[in-house]
Design a protein around this ligand. Sequence first.
Ligand SMILES: [Zn+2]
Ligand SMILES: [Zn+2]
Length: 195
Amino acid sequence: MPRCKADGCRWDHEKHHCALCGNDDSHHVSSDCYMRHACILGHGTKVGAASPITRSGLLMSTEGRLGPGIYFAAIPTARVIGKWRNEGEATVVYHCEVDLGRVKTMDGLTEDKSGSWRAKYDSCHGMHPPWGGRTEPFREWVVKSPSQVKIVGLEVCDGTYEGDIDLPGCWINVSGKVVFKGNVSTQTLKIEYQK
Ligand SMILES: [Zn+2]
Ligand SMILES: [Zn+2]
């Protein structure tokens, strides 16, 4: 099988899709992508966890497959995970501009629960086994520090949002049937009506 053109790729495939810039026949792996200092990634969560986030930014997880840090996935994956986590509440997906900095890439489904990458890297990228409503392994990224993350937008869909939302420089996109019970402060509010 002809190898993909991406330098440093160890996968056995013909074409390399870069998850950060979207190139489908990439010459680089995502950890070398020119977008890695300002890529848009998603963080799907349940609404109960969302209000503290809008007040103080995304929270560090103390543990995870790749150790402590702030976890992200590609936007479509974050949507599926958000939906799976919501337990009947509104689904919430944060869109964040992330500076991955120097990226450690894990082999296959390898874990690094102690976060040993943190000694030499700013972020770590790996494949997560099927979970959270996903039937295929999916990419995840974890970054070392909240200073690498800027929230740019928030998707809210289907359900009740109990708390306040305070995201003055961001957009909020509402779809489906959403009931807001708190105060909303944002720059742009877009509502998609259901047909
Ligand atoms: Zn490749
Ligand atoms: Zn790229």
